[in-house]
Design a protein around this ligand. Structure first.
Ligand code: AMP
Ligand code: ZN
Length: 483
């Protein structure tokens, strides 16, 4: 039985979706004004792990992820500039061009990290009508007010506003925050629709019943999750009785006090139903003990990782070593360790595969396969304890009582959750590229000189280029690892 920590209740709870085996899942996606950093990528990897664990438990997951390409301001308090417009100015390009560029870059990161794409990936700018309809529904119910710079949600109308973050709304005073919009009635009220300023030209703006402008950041996630996972919007009204609560909503922990709190407010007023049953939040990646963030400038991107000779799957392996609810401090030393460990695991698998191909190597051994399988399942189902699942895997690899074919089968099964691409097939290739043969020769020479550490480094290089070496009595054999 899968158990997950639910931010809403602050408890680890048995996972019971509303209509099993279906699981409706909404995951907040990137704001595409710049490259995503490896902190953001940690969150998407953890989202992927959650999805894989749900699938392994037999659930039929339908995931929606948004792409924020409008409305996310530089400040959470409805002041500041639209990050997209600012990014476009920085690069001297149109907002649409940078949105396209960074969205593609984001997809490339997902692919390299073996992250399974969501069933629906929806851009905010493709859903302006749905957002306007939703704001209209909130307006008809009397939850909005209009001031000089936009239409706002009146959070004081909602008794349980802030329940996700357990906000002390009474304790919050308007002056307590640094910047406050003139006319905003309560500090927690937030923009649903912002007006274009008369004296400055925005690249992205739309007509609305309230005037020309653009949507607030939070409304996109409510509108898109209701559209793809709730499906009950008709004639400017949400039909509560037919609305569906989504099963899982996920995102980084920074979303708890503002973004997700406001998504809940909008959606629950519109539908009269709980918005999401389970809220899963991922802890941050740190660098030198501080949150990795664009604004602090202490971030690395996937290009930094690759330019230093690492593969994004080394990064994925590194992520797997820390539980999703714990912060993780990134260092180059730690990713070097991860690369080495993943290389070792790949080498083991390559050997198992070769032995399994020549099954004469197999001897009957006492089976303890089920122990490991059970421990693995218990680990992943206990609030996604992936570090423990990884420890179980290594223990199994080092256990001489388990046959190599059982080891291979188990690792490939476990990799459905790890997502390290370990299931790639080995097949003989007629020609091995010259650069590989040079490395193989170099490794042989180093081995002859008993330079084991250096020869291991060369082996890892060979593996990273998609080849495995096998030392046999008749010399070293090289094979390509391909899907
Ligand atoms: P953004 O592109 O800023 O909207 O962020 C995309 C996702 O990354 C959100 O779910 C954030 O919560 C998450 N995120 C931001 N910074 C970090 C970090 N340092 N570590 C992990 N996740 C983060
Ligand atoms: Zn969101």
């Amino acid at each position: 039985m899968l158990k997950l920590y639910n931010t809403l209740t602050r408890k680890i709870e048995p996972f019971n979706p509303i209509k099993p085996p279906r699981v409706g899942m909404y995951s907040c996606g990137p704001t595409v004004y710049d490259f995503q950093h490896i902190g953001n990528l940690r969150t998407y990897t953890n989202t992927d792990i959650l999805k894989r664990v749900l699938s392994l438990n037999g659930y039929d997951v339908f995931q929606v992820m948004n792409i924020t390409d409008v409305g996310h301001l530089t400040s959470n308090e409805d002041t500041g500039e639209d990050k997209m417009e600012k990014g476009a100015r920085r690069e001297g390009k149109s907002v649409w061009e940078i949105a396209k560029f960074y969205t593609e870059d984001f997809f490339d990161s997902l692919k390299k990290l073996n992250i399974k794409p969501a069933n629906v990936i929806s851009r905010a700018t493709d859903h302006i009508k749905e957002m306007i309809d939703l704001i209209r529904a909130l307006e008809l119910k009397g939850y909005t007010y209009r001031i000089g710079d936009g239409v706002y949600f009146d959070t004081s109308r909602l008794r349980d506003y802030g329940k996700l973050a357990r906000l002390d709304t009474k304790g919050l005073k308007a002056g307590a925050r640094i910047e406050v919009v003139a006319g905003k009635k309560h500090p927690t009220d937030f923009a649903l629709w912002k007006f274009s300023e008369a004296d400055s030209h925005r690249q992205m703006e739309w007509d609305s019943p309230w005037g020309k402008g653009f949507p607030g950041w939070h409304i996109e996630c409510s509108a898109m999750s209701l559209k793809y996972l709730g499906n009950t919007f008709e004639n400017n009204n949400f039909h509560g009785e037919r609305s569906r609560t989504i099963d899982v909503h996920s995102g980084g922990v920074d979303h708890i006090p503002v973004h997700h709190t406001n998504e809940i407010a909008q959606s629950e007023v519109a539908t009269g139903k709980p918005f999401a049953k389970y809220w899963v939040h991922f802890a941050h990646l740190l660098v030198s003990g501080q949150k990795m963030s664009k604004s602090l400038g202490n971030f690395y991107t996937k290009d930094d990782i690759e330019n230093r000779g690492f593969d994004l799957l080394d990064l994925r392996y590194l992520y797997l070593n820390t539980h999703y609810r714990s912060t993780m401090n990134f260092t180059w030393k730690s990713i070097t360790g991860a690369k080495r460990a993943l290389g070792r695991l790949k080498q083991k698998i390559a050997n198992y595969k070769l032995e399994t191909l020549n099954s004469k190597f197999e001897k009957k051994k006492k089976m303890s396969k089920n122990d490991y399988q059970n421990r693995f399942i218990t680990a992943i189902n206990t609030d996604l304890n992936i570090p423990e699942a990884l420890a179980v895997t290594w223990e199994m690899v080092d256990d001489s009582k388990v046959t190599n074919s059982d080891k291979l089968n188990m690792i490939l099964e476990f990799d459905k959750v790890f997502g390290l691409g370990l299931g790639e097939k080995i097949h003989k290739e007629k020609t091995i590229p010259q650069e590989i043969m040079i490395l193989v020769k170099k490794r042989e020479d180093l081995r002859a000189q008993k330079e084991w550490a250096k020869s291991d480094e060369v082996r890892i290089k060979i593996e990273n280029k998609g080849y495995v070496v096998e030392d046999t009595e008749s010399g070293t054999k090289v094979k390509s690892v391909k899907t």
